[in-house]
Design a protein around this ligand. Structure first.
Ligand SMILES: Cc1cc2nc3c(=O)[nH]c(=O)nc-3n(C[C@H](O)[C@H](O)[C@H](O)COP(=O)(O)OP(=O)(O)OC[C@H]3O[C@@H](n4cnc5c(N)ncnc54)[C@H](O)[C@@H]3O)c2cc1C
Ligand code: SF4
Length: 527
């Protein structure tokens, strides 16, 4: 592949597109448009990290990867933000995601049709399947030769599974006792060195287990080592440290430029990049916040509405044998046998996942979830090396009252802080109770002692839903705003329902599809 020369665009130059954010939703769009020869600029609020130099095997050091701008969290079950939910830097939340990448199943997209609740998507599994295939090959997903769940696959995972860690082996033992099928989990982390045109060689996973602290060897397929270098090889410009605050528009309401502050909240310089189109990929809190700040793309009244966060109950336990929970890819084993449990008293379902955990994270969960402190916490942590967890990733219905709004409080930039309101509904509570029964039985069969549950919700989802009808949705199935024809959204905010799987692979698949639809429209001469 011939390298395009590195590009630097002047603010006054009109580029084909500006992409706001370089995480799971932004970086694939950037790479796709650049590869098609378009002039594209990414504006990224966070800084650019050098994995080998900046990512340490040290949880405390890695707090720099969290999005720590103040957000208010409200509702009956306020969602912890910061380290729990979004990342900061070129690569966005993929810098500290744990690389678990199952596909959604076909029925995930049809919750309302199947159960009469939730929301159906304006597209289905067939629309995303080619992108799932492409992504698994591009990212280098390690997975089992025969994945037991979901529609038949057209291609096997490109790499063999990563080694099972302690929690995976124990979960397999417990599940076997009940006839619950398990498989090595698909993970976007390399079980062998891997080459891709435009990216080069990436090294294999060293199983050090600090994926949430950033992968220093580049084995984990965060976008900073995959789509961002690919985009740059094709001439895209990535500008770190650029926080987008607004938009310029023409008389017809189309976006003509993006306003941003370069250089941080203190002493930053306001600048403008002119453009023909904008792709918002700032995540499910910052994307609706930007739109709400400017009253943009919201004739449906749906911007900020229907915020969702996966049900994510964790069940921790102590075992006689050494587990060493810091070691190996954290989510090494999966079961989707609970995708649609026959005895369910709720809509949707969940998957089961083994989990490793870092010591500081575990200690803070013990303090928050079990109220352990001082000597009691120290005493419990002496058994850290014998700890293993199982986690669920479960459906969360889109409730109208769960939302992202602008609060009256201002942040360091003088902008209204976002307020995230979230309360689990009856469906989430029933699903969680079902999952706790299953997980307790699994851990009992595996020989666990001192089992305790940590209730949580994970991932920031919804808030700019896609749909068929502009009266009820913010964007269409192509990610295009119904109100502003050259504004697209490509991130976790467009999901109309949560899906019973981790979101990153589906966000990336949607992003590539959005970019392809945009390019098709451009080729037809449609603006
Ligand atoms: C600890 C952790 C573990 C996870 N593990 C998994 C997993 O194993 N599997 C999985 O599928 N998912 C996982 N996730 C979730 C997954 O990482 C996210 O769902 C996904 O990255 C969200 O993609 P996004 O594009 O919506 O947002 P992000 O990836 O968060 O990208 C948003 C980007 O926009 C930038 N930005 C925001 N506002 C502005 C602004 N005003 N101007 C300029 N830039 C801006 C941010 O800096 C960021 O780079 C995990 C998340 C966390 C936090
Ligand atoms: S376990 Fe593998 S993917 Fe995760 S940080 Fe370590 S080397 Fe990277």
């Amino acid at each position: 592949m011939a390298d395009a020369p590195p590009r630097r665009y002047a603010d006054g130059e009109v580029v084909d597109a500006v992409v706001v954010g370089t995480g799971a939703g932004g970086a694939p769009v950037l790479a796709r448009l650049a590869a098609a020869g378009l002039h594209v600029v990414a504006l990224e609020a966070g800084r650019r990290w050098d994995p080998a130099r900046d990512f340490a095997t040290d949880e405390r050091e890695q707090a720099k990867l969290f999005w720590t701008d103040e957000r208010l969290s409200a509702g009956g079950d306020p969602v912890p933000l910061g380290n729990n939910n979004s990342g900061n830097g070129v690569g966005g939340s993929t810098l500290h995601f744990t690389a678990y990448t199952p596909r959604a199943q076909a029925d995930d997209f049809r919750l309302r049709a199947e159960f009469g609740v939730g929301e159906d998507w304006p597209l289905g599994y067939d629309d995303l399947e080619p992108y799932y295939d492409e992504l698994e090959a591009f990212l280098g997903v390690s997975g089992p030769p025969d994945y037991p769940w979901g529609p038949p696959r057209r291609a096997a995972y490109p790499l063999a599974p990563l080694p099972a860690n302690g929690a995976a082996r124990l979960m397999a033992r417990g599940c076997d006792a009940f006839g619950i099928r398990t498989a090595p989990a698909p993970n976007a982390a390399l079980s062998a060195p891997y080459f891709r045109d435009g990216v080069g060689w990436r090294a294999a996973c060293t199983n050090r287990g600090f994926c949430q602290a950033g992968c220093s060897v580049g084995a984990k397929a965060s976008t900073d080592v995959t789509f961002v270098p690919l985009a740059e090889r094709h001439g895209a410009e990535v500008r770190p440290g650029c926080f987008v605050t607004g938009f310029e528009r023409d008389g017809a309401g189309r976006v003509t430029g993006v306003v941003y502050v370069a250089g941080g909240p203190d002493g930053g310089v306001e600048r403008r990049q002119r453009c023909r189109a904008v792709f918002l990929a700032a995540g499910a809190v910052e994307t609706p916040r930007l739109l709400l700040l400017h009253g943009l793309a919201n004739s449906s009244g749906q911007v900020g509405r229907h915020f969702m966060a996966h049900t994510g109950l964790q069940l921790w336990a102590r075992f006689a044998e050494d587990v060493r929970p810091y070691k190996g890819i954290p989510g090494a084993l999966i079961s989707e046998d609970t995708h649609r449990p026959p005895d369910a008293d709720f809509a949707g379902g969940y998957l089961l996942q083994s989990i490793g955990v870092m010591p500081v994270t575990y200690a803070s969960q013990l303090a928050r979830g079990r109220g352990l402190w001082g000597d009691a916490l120290r005493e419990h942590m002496r058994g850290y090396n014998h700890t293993a967890g199982i986690n669920i990733l479960g459906e969360c219905l889109p409730h109208a009252g769960n939302c992202v709004e602008l609060s009256a409080e201002l942040d360091a930039r003088g902008l209204p802080k976002p307020r995230v309101t979230f309360t689990n509904g009856e469906n989430e509570r029933r699903l969680t109770a079902h999952a706790e029964r299953v997980m307790r039985a699994v851990w009992d069969a595996a020989g666990a002692r001192d089992v305790w549950a940590f209730a949580r919700n994970a991932h920031l989802i919804g808030t700019c839903r896609m749909g068929r009808d502009g009266a009820a949705a913010v964007v269409d199935a192509d990610g295009r705003s119904f109100d502003v024809p050259n504004l697209y959204i490509s991130d976790n905010s467009t999901f109309p329902s949560a899906l019973a799987v981790n979101p990153a692979l589906t966000i990336m698949a949607l992003a590539l599809r959005t970019a392809d639809r945009f390019l098709e429209r451009a080729r037809r001469g449609e603006g």
